[in-house]
Design a protein around this ligand. Structure first.
Ligand SMILES: Cc1cc2nc3c(=O)[nH]c(=O)nc-3n(C[C@H](O)[C@H](O)[C@H](O)COP(=O)(O)OP(=O)(O)OC[C@H]3O[C@@H](n4cnc5c(N)ncnc54)[C@H](O)[C@@H]3O)c2cc1C
Length: 424
C-alpha cells in the first residue's frame, strides 16, 4: 500500500476472472481478503470458464452499431443467426434493449464507446502476461496474435466502421493476402482469401483453470475462500460493517461486487440501480480435432471465435437474449460446429466429433461499458461487473482499478464513464 498503510478487511463477492484478479491485486496491496464464492472458482457456472479465451485489444467495437434496429425483427424470426432474441424475454428486456439500441444509434456514439473501451483493453495482453507470471503460470497466456478471416477484401470493407474505430484508437494490424493466409493457416478453407493479423493479441489456453490458479495463488498469500452465496450488506451510519451470506456473516470494511450476471441483485441490495442483461453465449469443444487453426481465428461470416485450447478446439460465440434461467438451446452449439466444419474442411465428418457443450452468461450493460467504481450509496461498496463481451481481456485492469481506489491511489483511467450513476 502506498498511501493508505492500514490493511483493510475486504470481501470480494464472486470468483470469476474479475473477482479473482481483484482479490489478487488487493492481496498484493497487503489487505485481508475474503473471497465469497458458492461454486468452484472459475467453474462452469462462471462466464469466465467458457468464453472464447481471446484477450484482444481489438474488442473495442460495441455490439450495438448504427442501423442495428433494422435487423431486430429478423433476429426475432431467424433461429439460426448469430444473434437471437427469445420472445418470452422481450417484455422484461425492453428497457435494456431500448437503451442498447440507443447506445449505437449514431457513429458518434460508438466512436465514444470504442474510445472508452480502448482505455481498458489496450494493454490487456501485457497485464495478463504479468498476472500469469506472478501466479507462477505463464503458460496460461499465449501472445501469439489473433487472426480475423474474411472471404475477400470486400467483406473486410463491409466492416469499415469497426476497423476505422480500431485504427483511430491506436490498433495496428497486418493485412494478409490469400497466399500468406494459406501459409499461416493451411487448414483454413480456401473460401477465405483475406486476413487481418493483430499481432498484439493474446489468448488463454484454459480460462477456467487460469481463474482457479489465480484464486489459489491469492489463498497461498493469505486470502480466504468462503464458500457461500452473498445476499446483502450490513451498514451502520452509511459505513459497511459486513456482507451477509447464506453461510454466515463476513465482517469487513469494504466489499467488491464481482458476481457477473448476478451482480444486479447485489447492486440493488446496496441501493444502486443498474440495467444488466445476460447475453447468453455458447461453446463447443472438439477434443482431438483432425484439422483446425494454428492461431485463434475469428471467421467474420460466423461471428465466432475458434481458439486452440488445452482441451481442444474451442468454438465459441452466439448471442441469445433470453432469461437467465431459461433452458439452454443446444442447437446453438450445432450452429457453431456446422460453421467450423465449413471453415476447416479437414475437421469433419460431424459424426466422428466428440463435442463438449457449454452455455454461459455475458453480464452486459446496454451501453457496452462495465460498471467500475464506488456504489452511489456507500463509499465502502465497490462495483466491478458488467464486462459483457470483454471480461476476460479487461479483468486484470479492473482488479487494478479497484485496488487503486481502495488503497487511495489514482486509477489509471478516468472512471466517470464507468460509474453506476449513469443508470440514474
Ligand atoms: C460464449 C462467450 C464468449 C466470450 N468470449 C470472450 C473472449 O473471447 N474474451 C473476453 O474478454 N471475454 C469473453 N467473454 C466474456 C467474459 O467471459 C465475461 O465478460 C467474463 O467472464 C465475466 O467475468 P466475471 O468475473 O464478471 O463473471 P463470471 O465469470 O460469471 O463470475 C461470476 C462469479 O460470481 C459467482 N457468484 C454469483 N452470484 C454470487 C453471489 N451472490 N455470491 C457470491 N458469488 C456469486 C458465480 O458463481 C461466478 O463464479 C465471453 C463470454 C461468453 C459467454
Amino acid at each position: 500500500m502506498e498511501q493508505d498503510k492500514k490493511p483493510l478487511r475486504i470481501a470480494v463477492i464472486g470468483a470469476g476472472i474479475v473477482g479473482a484478479a481483484t482479490a489478487w491485486e488487493l492481496i498484493k496491496d497487503g489487505h485481508a481478503v475474503t473471497q465469497i464464492e458458492p461454486s468452484e472458482p472459475g467453474g462452469p457456472q462462471a462466464a469466465s470458464y467458457g468464453n472464447g479465451a481471446w484477450i484482444s485489444p481489438a474488442s473495442i467495437v460495441p455490439m450495438s452499431m448504427p442501423g442495428l434496429w433494422r435487423k431486430v425483427p429478423g433476429y426475432l424470426l431467424d433461429p439460426n443467426g448469430p444473434l437471437v432474441l427469445r420472445w418470452a424475454a422481450l417484455p422484461s428486456l425492453a428497457p435494456w434493449l431500448l437503451r442498447f439500441l440507443m447506445a449505437g444509434w449514431t457513429a458518434r456514439k460508438v466512436e465514444r464507446t470504442a474510445h472508452l473501451l480502448a482505455s481498458i483493453l489496450r494493454d490487456g495482453p501485457q497485464r495478463h502476461a504479468i498476472l500469469a507470471e506472478e501466479i507462477g503460470r505463464p503458460d496460461y497466456i499465449r501472445q501469439t496474435g489473433l487472426l480475423y478471416a474474411y472471404r475477400d477484401r470486400n467483406a473486410f470493407a463491409e466492416e469499415a466502421l469497426a476497423w476505422r474505430l480500431r485504427r483511430e484508437n491506436g490498433l495496428r494490424w497486418r493485412e494478409l493476402d490469400s497466399e500468406e493466409l494459406r501459409r499461416r493457416e493451411p487448414d483454413l478453407s480456401p473460401a477465405y482469401r483475406f486476413g487481418v493479423f493483430v499481432e498484439d493479441g493474446a489468448h488463454c489456453t484454459d480460462p477456467g483453470a487460469y481463474v482457479a490458479a489465480i484464486v489459489r495463488a491469492a489463498c497461498a498469500r493469505g486470502a480466504v475462500l468462503h464458500r457461500a452465496l452473498a445476499n446483502g450488506f450490513v451498514l451502520k451510519s452509511g459505513r459497511l460493517r459486513a456482507v451477509t451470506t447464506d453461510h454466515g456473516r463476513i465482517d469487513c470494511d469494504r466489499a467488491v461486487i464481482c458476481a457477473g450476471i448476478y451482480s444486479r441483485a447485489l447492486a440493488r441490495a446496496a441501493g444502486d440501480r443498474v440495467l444488466l442483461a445476460s447475453e447468453r453465449g455458447y461453446h463447443g469443444v472438439i477434443a482431438s480435432p483432425r484439422a483446425g487453426p494454428r492461431l485463434p481465428i475469428m471467421p467474420s461470416d460466423g461471428r465466432m471465435a475458434n481458439t486452440p485450447t488445452a482441451a481442444g478446439l474451442r468454438l465459441s460465440g452466439q448471442v441469445e437474449l433470453a432469461h437467465v434461467d431459461a433452458e439452454p438451446d443446444w442447437a446453438r452449439v450445432d450452429i457453431l460446429v456446422q460453421h467450423a466444419l465449413k471453415t476447416y474442411p479437414g475437421l469433419g465428418p460431424r459424426e466422428g466429433l466428440a463435442i463438449e457443450r457449454w452455455m454461459g452468461h455475458r453480464p452486459s450493460t446496454p451501453d457496452g461499458r462495465p460498471v467500475i467504481g464506488p456504489s452511489a450509496t456507500s463509499p465502502d461498496i465497490f462495483h466491478a461487473f458488467g464486462h459483457g463481451h470483454i471480461g476476460l481481456a479487461s479483468g486484470p485492469i479492473t482488479g487494478r482499478i479497484i485496488a487503486d481506489l481502495i488503497s487511495g491511489r489514482a486509477a489509471p483511467v478516468d472512471l466517470t464513464p464507468f460509474a453506476i450513476s449513469r443508470f440514474g
